[in-house]
Design a binder for this molecule. Structure first.
Ligand SMILES: [Zn+2]
Ligand SMILES: [Zn+2]
Length: 334
């Protein structure tokens, strides 16, 4: 049987279904795994995504034709049965399951296997061929349980607040920021969010995700800022917006903070290792749980992952894609 999904210049292409998955050039029909910029782009004729992600796509891409599909429900398009299954990465993130002629392929998009409070947990989907990301596909990447990372963040905030110093935490605006919010000990002090985060916080709250109360910087008086935790995108570093917090302690949250020297290169006081992607054991766990004999690696640490899979008896290869490395770009370590 010919391959169900191939790479074309526009993106990953489902041949019998005549649609694309996260295409990087404008196409007629796009199935979108999630709303990060390198996966959800402008200019497609029709978008299909998981229902909880439709609001994100509209907020980020404006006036688009988007159909939201509930997790686990299916549509049939040109004989291909398409369904979307939670990827555990960000709100609305999905793996795309395609069934045709008795064969099943799954395209993962970005995924994370540790469940968190802000999105549906990763669901293993059995398939013949699994198309996987490999952002942190090196054996050195092993995450601590997120509860431990949240404890570290709260301890840092509590100490700063006790010493009358504002805490500024830089992180990715979509996904990471809301996940951190969900883990903050709100009793320590006020939580201030940069304007780039609030529209996304609103979508999460509307989707039923419990987040602590947040305020904009203009909403609280200067004295209260000394006990505050401020969440801001990395682009805010060094800006006039951030200088108003006076003498503050700053930190950065990303999977790349596990790299030696990453915190210093970033020029922040603290680095918290927190990723919305699977670590090395998580990638292997997901690939194993798919039961797939064929694996295709799309982005990240491709050669290492392909070699490891081949050495372990799987038929593995790579697709050359234009998916970026959201966390690397954000951490300045790309
Ligand atoms: Zn992503
Ligand atoms: Zn990605």
């Amino acid at each position: 049987m010919p391959d169900m999904v191939v790479v074309r210049k526009e993106g990953l292409y489902c041949v019998p279904g005549d649609f694309y998955i996260d295409p990087w050039q404008p196409v007629t029909r796009a199935v979108i795994t999630h709303g990060h910029g390198d996966h959800a782009r402008r200019g497609h004729g029709h978008y299909l995504c998981a229902a909880p992600g439709a609001g994100i796509l509209r907020t980020r891409l404006g006036d688009i034709t988007v159909q939201g599909l509930a997790y686990g429900e299916h549509v049939v398009h040109q004989g291909v049965r398409i369904s979307l299954h939670p990827a555990g990465h960000v709100l609305g993130s999905a793996q795309v399951r395609m069934e045709y002629g008795g064969e099943v392929w799954v395209a993962s998009g970005d995924y994370k296997v540790e469940p968190d409070a802000t999105c549906a947990p990763f669901e293993p989907v059995r398939c013949d061929c699994f198309i996987t990301e490999s952002t942190f596909g090196l054996p050195i990447y092993r995450w601590q349980p997120q509860a431990q990372v949240f404890d570290e963040i709260n301890a840092w905030w509590r100490r700063n607040a006790a010493e009358g110093r504002c805490s500024v935490l830089l992180c990715y605006a979509f996904g990471k920021a809301q996940r951190i919010l969900s883990g903050l000990a709100a009793g320590i002090g006020p939580i201030v969010c940069h304007g780039a985060l609030e529209p996304l916080n609103r979508i999460y709250r509307e989707a039923g995700v419990a987040l602590p109360a947040t305020v904009m910087v203009g909403d609280i008086d200067k004295a209260a800022l000394r006990q505050a935790l401020v969440l801001a995108p990395p682009s805010a570093a060094g800006s006039p917006w951030i200088r108003r917090f006076g003498e503050f302690s700053d930190a950065f949250a990303s999977g790349w903070m596990q790299l030696r020297g990453a915190r210093r290169r970033r020029g922040v006081d603290r680095g918290f290792v927190l990723s919305d992607h699977a670590d090395w054991p998580g990638l292997l766990q997901a690939i194993g749980a798919s039961g797939a004999q064929r694996v295709i690696v799309t982005h990240g640490s491709i050669p290492v992952m392909v070699r490891w899979l081949c050495q372990n008896g799987l038929d593995a290869k790579a697709f050359d894609t234009e998916f970026g490395d959201d966390e690397a770009a954000e951490a300045g370590d790309a």
